[in-house]
Design a protein around this ligand. Sequence first.
Ligand SMILES: [Zn+2]
Length: 415
Amino acid sequence: MLQTSRSGALKARCPRLLLETALGNSVDVPTAAGSDGLIPVSIRWREGVIDAVDPVPEAEGLVLPRLVEPHAHLDKAFSWKDHPNPDGTFAAALAANYREHQTRTLQQVQARGERALQLAWRHGLRAIRSHIDSVGPGAACSWEALTALRQQWLDRLELQLVALVPVEHWSTRDGEQLAATVAAAGGALGGFIQPPCRGRQERRGLRRLLELANQLGCPVDLHIDEASSHPAAGMRQLLRVMESMEVSVPVTCSHASSLALLRDGPLRHLSDRMARQQLQVVALPLTNGWLLGRQGDNTPLRRPLAPIRQLQTAGLRVAVGGDNVQDPWFPGGQLDPLALMAMSLPLAQLAPWDHHGLKPFTTDAAQLMGLAWDGVLRIGAPADLIHLQQGGWPELLAIPSARGVLAGGEWVQGP
Ligand SMILES: [Zn+2]
């Protein structure tokens, strides 16, 4: 491995999905890749930009682009210690979150955000989308702290901020004002819609949210159908609204867990409607796995999780996110994209050597977030890499304790 100022080179194996060599797709990569989908390559960079990617006969280790976290909650990260949820139920998480929000201070959110970003940076994340609880006493200080951190971290990591409120809030005067404030801060509009989602009030909120997003040019990212009952009740309301209006901004549905409770036929029909509206989905296996389907002391027999493969087959872009980090909703998590892969792949029965298994953690997650770079290693791409010096997928799935992280052509961790 060579290194001068923001220049260097390495040899490692890279997943075929994440590789575009100088010969583009005409290179005989299918035969170069083993059954693990990895291709030995030499990657060289100068002044922080990749300037050569070439297949080589053999190489050790694994190289990936710096990765992204499409769904987090930095405003409440690490609040489990003072606001635990030992019952592990959705209702108890919401209640603990509510109590925490009443006492939240600017200093607390600054400290949580800084700690989270330091971890993310060292673990190899280049972008994070964080939702922010945006009604109530903790809202203003959370936005103040996280917009300041977004600015401070701009050169290292892109932080996207999304306003999280009950969807009905957008049809109020306060909601309209919040939308203007969020748009001025360069944020996105979100909201949660919970079962039973009976109708008119939620649809009015959703319509107003989409109208405001259209007017202000803000992306939308909803918490929708994070539930073990009322399959797809929120999604049906959203589709009803979207099918009756023009929407010109990207709309992401985070969770979409209860869709897993639909039978095959209705799921196919719903997925086709979602695809026609160009909806994007963020599946969140860890928080869903922890909270949903609890049956007292019994092991749950139903595990609601967005049906990732069925949605992909219908043509939707699906990403996988980590969601909560040591807060009342989930006691674990450490903003580590490799740990997220290691823990989520078995829950979703996805394999990283298949494109549809790897895309939700890499290219599709980057595109869903609207990032300038899709994460494919090619000439002209940023020299932003995660490098494991030894091994391949088994070592990654064992959650490596050491890794190299290259950002803008400089090693910030390792190699
Ligand atoms: Zn969330």
